[in-house]
Design a binder for this molecule. Structure first.
Ligand code: SF4
Ligand code: SF4
Length: 148
């Protein structure tokens, strides 16, 4: 199944599983870039997860748009994004939207590469050998950061 993340300026990002995955290192960039789209059923399920009414959930956490329900964003990203020890943390991880659940961290994703580049700039980069056990993906990792 294919899922989509949409931005209010009309960008549509397809979430697929065709790219080689890496373990998410929780830079939080994807949660700062996109507003996951929700079906009414998903909104109801998330409301149940939070122990509030669907009406309350929608009024507090949903942005109604011409393309449907989107999770609200604050200036710092998704309304459910928090930080623990400088790592992104989803406050509703156990019942996060399908679009988030199906988002796969990958070096082929611009967001993941930029997140790694941020860590590199902050002197907190992970070593490629911590991400991969073979040299080829590690080489790809370094190339992606330098845009080669
Ligand atoms: S719901 Fe959680 S995983 Fe999805 S964008 Fe928000 S913080 Fe990120
Ligand atoms: S951009 Fe990639 S590495 Fe960063 S939090 Fe999102 S999936 Fe994880």
């Amino acid at each position: 199944m294919t899922f989509y993340l949409r931005t209010l300026n009309g960008d549509k990002h397809t979430v697929g599983k065709t790219l080689p995955p890496i373990e998410c290192f929780r830079c939080g960039l994807c949660c700062q870039c996109y507003q996951p789209q929700l079906s009414p059923d998903a909104a109801a399920a998330m409301a149940r997860g939070l122990g509030i009414s669907t009406t309350d959930f929608i009024s507090r956490y949903v942005q109604m748009t011409t393309i449907g329900y989107l999770l609200r964003q604050t200036a710092r990203g998704c309304v459910f994004l928090t930080w623990k020890q400088q790592r992104a943390n989803c406050r509703i991880y156990a019942f996060r939207p399908d679009a988030c659940r199906n988002w796969v961290a990958s070096l082929s994703r611009r967001e993941c590469r930029e997140g790694l580049a941020r860590l590199k700039a902050a002197g907190k980069i992970m070593l490629a050998k911590e991400l991969y056990s073979s040299p080829e993906p590690a080489d790809k990792f370094y190339s992606s950061l330098t845009g080669q």
